[in-house]
Ligand binder design. Structure first.
Ligand SMILES: [Zn+2]
Length: 412
């Protein structure tokens, strides 16, 4: 096997609990992530990478594979995240299924849950592959331990094969991607790459360079609470205003009614009493103007309700989260074309789909480092049905090597 340690490395990583926590105010959001970064830093030094550093401001661990050619070529970067999604990640016990037949049901340990073609139609693609699954009690964490594994294994391979000529490569492993703030303090200057790729996509071939524009919305509603027996013409029920607010949004623009390139309003939390209520939404749109229009609509609804209830009862606060990285990457088509060429050279069909979400690359691209997202191979991310093919992980590592090779040969 080309990447001798890849499977063991992956199994070792996924067993380490690195779940992040969106409610936490510490950075990283959980201490386990930093613990893992420290272990990873030691491993990177051991395999022979240079300038291994954990940046205490950005909470990224970065390292360098120095060039072994004198010709000046671009510096390419590869980035993955160490945290896992908001699902049980304690005591991950992966199962390894060798030579999968492409059709059988796979029992997930003794949990009573099964992976099958009905809940996971992509299983059909993995005839003959080695699959790694959960035991049904946790997620797997292939998102994004697969990306971390593939990058480290590709670096290990290049260090073991000095006859392969390459320019300088930078790698970065971040925290808190799943909570959405991991890349906030990414240090583009310190990273020092000309372009980079996050290895954080799903199925083989995924190449993502378009994401949502994203904002969060907080709605604070002040009611007037009085005993219901004497409420006539006096009580203002904050919960009723909350209902009115939500009903005023276009119902066909909620996530469960949208797909492809349609944006949405998504109510994620609602708390309240008669006296006071608060609502949290996320707002998404591929088009920047579309996002602005949604923000305008929200403000109009608040204004109307304030008129109706005679006073400043509804306050909205909109916070921009990230922008569609296509705005940046359209200026750098060569970065996308390089990834496509790398895949094609390996017989992999690129799948370019707009991501109905964001990636760390959305923020990093706007900081000045064009960073599309490439497949890491995971399927059914963020839950007990998560699984991955060993062979696809090897292909992802091959894509990394191929990109480095094309970069060194100015073949982009
Ligand atoms: Zn991820």
């Amino acid at each position: 096997m080309k990447y001798t340690n890849l499977l063991d490395r992956f199994i070792h990583y996924v067993k380490i609990n690195t779940r992040s926590d969106a409610e936490s105010s510490t950075r990283p959001s959980t201490p386990n992530q930093m613990q893992f970064l420290k272990e990873l830093a030691e491993e990177l030094k051991t395999i022979g990478l240079k300038e291994v550093t954990i940046n205490s401001k950005s909470n990224y661990c970065t390292a360098t594979l120095p060039a072994n050619i004198s010709k000046k070529v671009p510096v390419v970067g590869f980035i993955a995240h160490v945290d896992t999604a908001d699902f049980n990640s304690e005591n991950v016990q992966p199962q390894i299924i060798k030579n999968y037949d492409g059709k059988s049901k796979i029992p997930l340990g003794k949990s009573g849950y099964n992976l099958d073609i009905v809940n996971s139609p992509n299983l059909k693609k993995y005839f003959g592959d080695t699959l790694i699954t959960t035991d049904g009690t946790t997620l797997l964490g292939a998102d994004d331990k697969a990306g971390v594994t593939e990058i480290v294994s590709a670096m290990e391979y290049l260090i073991a094969h000095p006859e392969i000529k390459h320019g300088k490569v930078r790698i970065g492993f971040g925290t808190d991607e799943e909570t959405g703030f991991g890349a906030d303090n990414f240090d583009v200057d310190d990273f020092g790459a000309d372009y980079a790729y996050t290895i954080d996509g799903g199925t083989e071939g995924e190449l993502e360079w378009e994401t949502f524009n994203a904002a969060s919305l907080n709605v604070q509603i002040q009611g007037y609470s009085i005993h219901p027996s004497v409420a006539y013409k006096k009580m203002i029920n904050a919960l009723q205003i909350a209902i009115d607010f939500h009903q005023s949004l276009p119902q066909d623009e909620f996530p469960e009614n949208t797909k492809d390139r349609q944006g949405f309003f998504h109510l994620t939390k609602l708390n309240g009493t008669v006296d006071h209520a608060e609502m949290f939404y996320i707002i998404r749109d591929f088009d920047r103007q579309g996002l602005l229009n949604r923000q305008k609509l929200v403000e109009e609804i608040a204004n109307q309700l304030n008129k109706k209830y005679d006073g400043l009862r509804v306050k909205v606060k909109i916070t921009n989260q990230y922008y569609n990285m296509a705005e940046v990457l359209k200026e750098h088509p060569e970065v996308i074309n390089l990834a496509k060429k790398a895949m094609k050279n390996l017989g992999i069909k690129p799948i370019e789909v707009p991501v109905r979400g964001g990636t760390d690359g959305s923020k990093i691209s706007f900081m000045g480092l064009p960073t599309p997202n490439l497949f890491a191979g995971g399927e059914n991310m963020h839950g007990r049905y998560e699984y991955i093919s060993l062979q696809v992980m090897e292909k992802a590592a091959d894509v990394i090597l191929q990109i480095i090779n094309l970069t060194a040969n100015n073949n982009n």
